[in-house]
Structure formats: C-alpha cells, structure tokens
Design a protein around this ligand. Structure first.
Ligand SMILES: Cc1cc2nc3c(=O)[nH]c(=O)nc-3n(C[C@H](O)[C@H](O)[C@H](O)COP(=O)(O)OP(=O)(O)OC[C@H]3O[C@@H](n4cnc5c(N)ncnc54)[C@H](O)[C@@H]3O)c2cc1C
Length: 380
C-alpha cells in the first residue's frame, strides 16, 4: 500500500484541491489528492476569473496557456431587460470553459509528480490519528487533511461545531454555452432576475448564466434538466437575442444555488477547510473559484513559511481567509439584490449610478486588487 504518512491529504480534486496540490508540490511539500469521482470532471459550463486569482495562476505557470485558450476582457455592457444602460471599463477579467481551467491544473499537478487517487470517497476521518477511510476500504494515515470537498463537505459537517447545513439561496440559475458574436461581458438586469453572457474563447463560443429568484426547492441533485423553451419562458420579459444560439436538442440545466452561513473558523485539529467547503457563496461577483484559488495559495505558502508545520500555518490562514471570504459572501449577496431590484425609483437610481459614475468598475477593482502573495508575506 502507498505510504502517505509524510503527506498532506487533499480531499477533493476540484478547483480548490488542484490549486492547493499544485502550490504544495511547487513549494516542495508532499501532497496527494483523493477524489470520489472516477475521473477528472467539471460541472457547469464556464467561469470568469479576475486578477486576484489570475496572478496566482501565473505563479503556477499556467496563466499563459490559459490565456491562449480563453477570452480577456476590459469592457462590460449593462442593459435593462430590453434597453441599454451603459458600457464601462472593467479591471482585467478572463472568461473560459471550466474544463479548460481544470485540465490545465490537472496537467500541472501531474507534471509536478502529483498523485490523484480517483474512486476514493471519504467515509470516515479520525482527526486524532489523522487517518482516513475510503469507500473502497482503503485506509491511509497523513500529516494533515485539507478538506476541499465542496459545498456539501462531510468534513465540515462532522468537525465544525458552528456548521449549518446548505440551504437554498432563493436563486436558481440556467447555464449553457452556444454561438454568438458577443465580444465582451454583457449583463441584462431585470426585476427579479439577471443574465450574464461572455465569450469563453475567440471561436465564438459564448456562455450564459441566467439567474432568477424563485421559491422552488430543488431536489437532492440540486439541478434539473430543462429545455430552451423553458428557459425562454422563464426570461420572457428579456430580449431573446441576449442568449447565444444553442445546439438543437442539447439538454440545458437549471441549478438551485445553495449557500451555507459563515463558519466561526476554517480550521480544526489536523483539518483545514479550503474553497466551497469553507465558504460557498452566491455567484454574482464571480468570486467563488477565485476565493478557492486564493485560499489554496495562502495555505500552501504559509505551510512553506512554517517549514511544513501545518498546525503553525493554520492560525494565520484562518485570520487572513475568514476575513476576506466573509466579506465576499456578504458582498455577493448584496450584488444579487442590486441586480434584481424591482422598485422603479431604486432601479432608476441604480441605473444612474452605473451610467454616470465609475462606482461599479471601482468596486470591482478593489476586490480584484487583493494580492494573496503580499498578504502571506506579512506573516513572514
Ligand atoms: C452558477 C454558478 C456560476 C459560478 N460562476 C463563477 C465564476 O464565474 N467565477 C468564480 O470564481 N466562481 C464561480 N462560481 C463558484 C465556483 O464554481 C465554486 O466556488 C468553485 O467551483 C468551488 O471549487 P471547490 O474545489 O471548492 O469545490 P468543488 O468544485 O465542488 O469540488 C469539490 C470536489 O470534492 C469532491 N468530493 C466531495 N466529497 C468528497 C468525498 N467525500 N471524498 C472525495 N472527494 C469528494 C467532489 O467530487 C469535487 O470534485 C460559480 C458557481 C455557480 C453555482
């Protein structure tokens, strides 16, 4: 049996787990990933990444490949359901297929000599012995566990006393990729809903996320299959040309967006939470994966600074990341309220701020200017 007693075990091979694995290996700290699926998968269509995450992907030497396969933006347009509101300059944002980012992270991890154990679903963890048992009956002992097991984290459920179960946020989202000549990020804001569209490469592939407030509680899978007709029905007050041309007969999915209230702390004995396992958020600022990448970089670099002592790295990690991610969870919820305003007076005020001031662009810049590398250096 493989011996991982000197390794940090990373539970989950999503964006958080792979980013963390790459940073650990790059810094010479042994790490192994355990993933419950049989192979690399990536749910959801596309993703937008801002400079706070891109600068860290650059430190992993994958930014330049990512850029070649993606679309870089500096402008965004905003409209009401039918009428244009404004165009504004955004700080640099890259949009891409999720699969593109996942494949690059995966290849990087493998090239650094990383080991991913697929078909390993964690069923039990002993935090005193730091020992994990998986559904295939394999048992391993490690130095530390980094739980990157997503919003439904079983580690969070078991070891974090202030934990609360995921709850439906009240928002549902349609997501898909089709063809369109769109060459920028485009927001269509309407009462009780919004649609964000952007190209994911230079070949005319455009992704959209169409969000609506609705009371419906999703089933266990948190998603359901729908048709183009259902989508257009849900967004019947919007100009249909905002949607890219979707392939005939291709299934479309509608996701329930779930959240969990903030934890008191992201750390426990021998366990560190990273990414959505620690702080899932509504996606209205496009920061969930960016936070996962910031977490991953911060924890791995603090471990390096503390000569591979994970326990010593945990406190500064919790200090830095709890503050930043709580702020982002709150700001993302507020953004949803701004996008979905119904009161005509408030809508007029919102649109005027967007049209006549730089406030939206400046607010985004503040979020995107965060430099996880500099923050870590403060603890050296
Ligand atoms: C509609 C929508 C749009 C979004 N758009 C953006 C965006 O534009 N920009 C952005 O930055 N973020 C965006 N996000 C958020 C982003 O997708 C998430 O924050 C990010 O994917 C979280 O990554 P993760 O690795 O923490 O979790 P996950 O991607 O959920 O990965 C968790 C992994 O753990 C594995 N796992 C779970 N349990 C176990 C177990 N017991 N044993 C072994 N393995 C296990 C899972 O199989 C999975 O591979 C969006 C989210 C939504 C819903």
């Amino acid at each position: 049996m493989d011996n991982y007693s000197k390794h940090v075990a990373i539970l989950g091979g999503g964006i958080a787990g792979l980013s963390l694995g790459c940073t650990f290996l790059k810094e010479g700290i042994p790490a192994v990933i355990f993933e419950k699926m049989s192979e690399e998968t990536s749910h959801g269509a596309a993703i937008s990444l801002s400079s706070n995450a891109l600068s860290l992907l650059d430190r992993l030497d994958i930014y330049s490949d990512l850029k070649n396969k993606s679309f870089l933006h500096s402008k965004a347009t905003i409209q009401g359901p039918k009428k244009s509101i404004c165009t504004f300059n955004t700080p640099e944002v890259l949009t891409t297929r999720r699969q593109t980012l996942m494949s690059l992270l995966h290849s990087k991890f493998k090239n650094l000599g990383g080991d991913i154990k697929y078909d390993h679903a964690l069923i039990k963890f002993d935090d005193k012995k730091c020992e994990a048992t998986f559904s295939n009956k394999q048992k391993y002992h490690f130095k530390h566990l980094a739980a990157c097991d997503g919003i439904r984290s079983s580690i969070r459920d078991t070891f974090f006393p202030s934990n609360q179960n995921p709850k439906y946020s009240g928002y549902s989202a349609w997501r898909g990729i089709g063809k369109s000549p769109l060459k920028r990020v485009h927001f269509a804001l309407g009462p009780g809903g919004h649609v964000v569209s952007y190209p994911v490469n230079n070949d005319g592939d455009v992704s959209f996320v169409a969000v609506r407030k609705e009371d419906f509680q999703f089933k266990e899978s948190w998603k359901e299959q729908g048709s183009l007709n259902n989508l257009l029905h849900d967004f019947s007050t919007y100009d249909p040309s905002i949607f890219p041309k979707l392939k005939d007969g291709e299934p479309l999915y509608k996701w329930g967006i779930y959240i969990r209230p903030p934890l008191q702390s992201m750390i426990s004995r021998n366990i560190t939470l990273v990414g959505d396992a620690a702080h899932p958020m509504v996606p209205f600022l496009g920061q969930g994966a960016c936070m996962a990448i910031e977490d991953a970089y911060t924890f791995a670099m603090l471990c390096k600074q503390n000569n591979g002592n994970f326990i010593d790295a945990q406190k500064p990690y919790d200090l830095l990341r709890s503050k930043r991610t709580k702020k982002m969870q709150k700001a993302s919820l507020l953004q949803g309220k701004i996008y979905h305003m119904k009161n005509p007076l408030l809508v007029f005020a919102r649109n005027s701020v967007m049209k006549y001031t730089n406030i939206p662009g400046n607010d985004l810049k503040k979020i995107h200017d965060y430099d996880a590398h500099q923050e870590v250096l403060m603890f050296s």
